[in-house]
Design a protein around this ligand. Structure first.
Ligand SMILES: NC(=O)c1ccc[n+]([C@@H]2O[C@H](COP(=O)([O-])OP(=O)(O)OC[C@H]3O[C@@H](n4cnc5c(N)ncnc54)[C@H](OP(=O)(O)O)[C@@H]3O)[C@@H](O)[C@H]2O)c1
Length: 366
C-alpha cells in the first residue's frame, strides 16, 4: 500500500489593520515567514485583510498580497467591491470556516487611549471564533490583560503581543520563557522612540517640530503624535508591562503622566550643563500594600545612568527582580521591521504551542 504524503497544515492569517506595521509584517512574512513557519510544519497564507478606510479583501485560498500592498500604498481601497464592506468583525467571523489548521487574527489597529477599543472587542471576537490572536497594539494588554488572558485560556487559544512594547525586543517572551519563578518587583525604562529621538535632537540644539516631523515621516510616531509627546504611548506601555509582568491590573489612565513639548528644549540643555540628561522615564513599583504605582515623565538622570545614554530611537528597560537583581534589556535600533518581526515570532510561538507534531518527531523547543 502506498503511503499518502501528509496534507499541508495551513496557518491562516486575517490582518485587522494594514497600516505601517501591518504592511511591513505582510512583507516580512513573504521574505522570511514561509521558511520559518515551514520549519514548524505549517504553510502560512493571509486570507483576509480589513481596515478602517481602505476597505477589505478576502480569499480563503490566500489573498494576492503584493496587489494589496500596492493598492493601499497608491491610496486605493483593497478591493473595488463597493457594495459589500467586510468590517473586522465580519472578516473575523469568516475565519471560522477557513481551514482545519491554525487560524490567527493579527491585529494592528490604532491605539485608542480612552479604552483600548475597538481592539479589545476584535480580540474577544477572535477568541470566540476559535482564533489565536497576535497584536502590536498596546490597548488590549494595557486595558484588559487579565480578562483577555483568561478568555484565551478558556477558548484554548494563544493571546500574544510581543510587538506592543519595545518593537521586536523580547520582553514578554523573555519573562515567560526564561524567568520561571522570578518575581518582577518593578521596572524603569525609556520605552518611547519618538520622545527619545526628540530629546536627543533638542540636546543637539535642534528644534522640537522638525524632530517630531522626522518621526512621523518614517512611521515611528503614532498616527496622532500627541499620543507620543504627551506620554500616553509610554503610559500604555507601562500599564501593559505592569499588568503582564506584575499582575498590576491597572490601565494607562492610572499611570501618573507628564509629557514633553517645545519647552523641554531649555530643560534638556540645562540638564546637559549640569552633567545630566533629560529622558522620558517610564517606571512601575510594587508598594507595601501590594498595589502597583506607575509613572511616566521627564527625569534628569545622572550621566552614568544606562537610560541617560540612550540616544535617538534607542530604548531600554531595567527589570528589578527578586532572584536575579536588575536585568537590563536594550534596543539600540528599533523600527517597523523589528515590530513586524515580533509579530512573526508570535506566529512561531503559536505553531510551537498548537501545531500537532508528526508521528515520531522530536519535541520542539520550548
Ligand atoms: N509604528 C510603529 O513603529 C509601531 C511599533 C509598535 C507598535 N505599534 C502599534 O501598532 C499599531 C499599528 O501601528 P501603525 O503604525 O501600523 O498604525 P497606522 O499606520 O496608523 O495603521 C493603522 C491601521 O489600522 C486600521 N484601523 C484603524 N482603526 C481601525 C478600526 N477601528 N477598524 C479597522 N481598522 C482600523 C487603519 O485603517 P486605514 O488604513 O483604513 O486607515 C490602518 O490600516 C498601533 O496600535 C501602534 O501603537 C506601532
Amino acid at each position: 500500500m502506498r503511503c499518502q504524503p501528509p496534507l499541508p497544515m495551513f496557518l491562516d492569517v486575517a490582518l485587522i489593520g494594514f497600516g505601517h506595521v501591518g504592511r511591513r509584517f505582510a512583507r516580512l512574512l513573504a521574505e522570511r515567514g514561509g521558511m520559518l513557519l515551514a520549519e514548524q510544519g505549517v504553510t502560512v497564507r493571509i486570507v483576509g485583510i480589513s481596515t478602517n478606510r481602505h476597505g477589505h479583501v478576502w480569499a480563503a485560498e490566500g489573498v494576492d498580497v503584493p496587489a494589496a500592498l500596492s493598492r493601499v500604498e497608491a491610496g486605493r481601497r483593497l478591493s473595488d467591491d463597493e457594495d459589500e464592506w467586510l468590517t473586522p468583525p465580519a472578516i473575523i467571523n469568516l475565519m471560522r470556516g477557513v481551514s482545519t489548521g491554525l487560524r490567527v487574527v493579527v491585529e494592528t489597529t490604532t491605539l485608542d487611549i480612552a479604552a483600548g477599543q475597538p481592539a479589545i472587542a476584535y480580540v474577544q471576537q477572535a477568541f470566540a471564533a476559535g482564533c489565536h490572536v497576535v497584536t502590536a497594539n498596546k490597548g488590549p494588554a494595557a486595558f484588559a490583560y487579565a480578562g483577555l488572558r483568561d478568555e484565551a485560556r478558556a477558548a484554548g487559544v494563544s493571546f500574544l503581543f510581543e510587538g506592543a512594547v519595545m518593537d521586536g525586543i523580547p520582553i514578554f517572551n523573555l519573562a515567560r520563557e526564561t524567568l520561571p519563578g522570578v518575581e518582577v518587583l518593578g521596572f524603569r525604562g525609556v520605552v518611547n522612540s519618538t520622545t527619545n529621538h526628540i530629546l536627543s535632537a533638542l540636546e543637539d540644539g535642534e528644534a522640537f517640530d522638525p524632530a517630531l516631523a522626522r518621526m512621523q515621516d518614517v512611521g515611528i510616531a503614532e498616527a496622532d503624535p500627541s499620543l507620543d509627546i504627551d506620554g500616553w504611548d509610554a503610559a500604555a506601555k507601562v500599564a501593559a508591562l505592569a499588568n503582564v509582568l506584575m499582575d498590576a491590573r491597572i490601565t494607562p489612565l492610572d499611570v501618573r503622566r507628564e509629557g514633553i513639548g517645545p519647552r523641554s528644549a531649555d530643560a534638556a540643555l540645562r540638564a546637559i550643563e549640569a552633567g545630566r540628561r533629560l529622558r522620558l522615564v517610564a517606571a512601575a513599583a510594587r508598594l507595601d500594600d501590594g498595589s502597583v504605582e506607575a509613572s511616566v515623565g521627564p527625569v534628569e538622570l545622572q550621566a552614568g545612568d544606562l537610560l541617560a545614554n540612550l540616544r535617538g530611537q534607542a530604548n531600554a528597560l531595567v527589570l528589578r527582580t527578586d532572584l536575579l537583581g536588575e536585568i537590563a534589556v536594550c534596543q539600540l535600533t528599533g523600527g517597523l521591521t523589528q515590530t513586524a518581526y515580533a509579530l512573526l515570532v508570535d506566529l512561531v510561538t503559536i505553531c510551537r504551542r498548537h501545531a500537532p507534531l508528526p508521528a515520531g518527531a522530536p519535541r520542539r523547543i520550548p
